[in-house]
Design a protein. Structure first.
Length: 243
């Protein structure tokens, strides 16, 4: 997977989001709401909630906002009911795109997503039209900006933990697992003193598309517009990320 780092995508997205904290907090609140509603509000027993809260705190979301989202989900506070939706389609140059949505207004969000695809040279498809091009994997990032973590050492740790693959990127190690072993591998690394910079169960492309400069520009604009929509929780695509 060298040259197609998901970590580079995450870094680019997070840098772009630094000036959009209000929308980021709303997005975190909806994710926390959803996982708390489905799995309960106890962090000690709901691993998905624990991860969602950790991500929110990493973006400096206030504890009051986090608590409010959990209380809404568990019935302590009145709040809107959110619906999860997945859109699949193609971006410019045939790039496969999957958009995960969490919204309290399905019709509004559908119109906005459809407009974004059309405006930037893409089109929406039916469910299943591109999802077969992705594998569902656990994904863990361990930062190594100072180069203090030995690659052989962490590779052995990953194998011992039950990970499927590990790659070295600039300033980080990317570790891939099955969805089922994601939590146990994460626990192994944290127990052994490693700091998890990012982690989730996500979709990893099987192949990547390299576009012309013009189509690449259109695709990056499409991603940016979708990321600005507070109903968009995550975007998966198989664009070969430019340096």
């Amino acid at each position: 997977m060298a040259g197609h780092s998901k970590w580079k995508n995450i870094q680019r997205r997070k840098n772009a989001q630094d000036a959009k904290k209000g929308k980021i907090f709303m997005r975190h609140a909806k994710e926390i709401y959803t996982v708390a509603k489905s799995g309960g509000g106890d962090l000690s027993t709901n691993a998905s909630l624990r991860l969602a809260v950790d991500k929110a705190k990493a973006d400096n979301m206030p504890n009051d906002n986090i608590d409010r989202a959990i209380k809404k989900a568990t019935g302590t506070l009145d709040g809107a009911s959110f619906e999860e939706i997945t859109y699949e389609g193609y971006g410019p140059g045939g790039v496969a795109v999957i958009v995960h949505i969490l919204t309290d207004n399905k019709n509004r969000t559908a119109a906005e997503v459809r407009h974004a695809f059309k405006k930037h040279g893409g089109n929406l498809g039916e469910n299943g039209s591109v999802s077969f091009m992705f594998d569902r994997k656990g994904y863990i990032v361990i930062a190594n900006e100072d180069g203090s973590i030995d690659e052989d050492e962490i590779t052995l740790e990953a194998l011992e933990a039950g990970a499927e693959d590990i790659t070295a990127e600039d300033g980080a190690y990317e570790i891939f697992t099955t969805p089922e072993s994601y939590q146990s591998v994460t626990d192994h690394f944290t127990t052994n003193g490693y700091t998890i910079a990012d982690g989730e169960i996500t979709l990893i492309p099987q192949n990547y598309s390299k576009l012309s400069e013009d189509d690449e520009h259109k695709m990056l604009n499409l991603i940016e517009i979708l990321e600005e929509d507070e109903d968009v929780q995550d975007i998966h695509h198989n664009l070969e990320v430019p340096e």
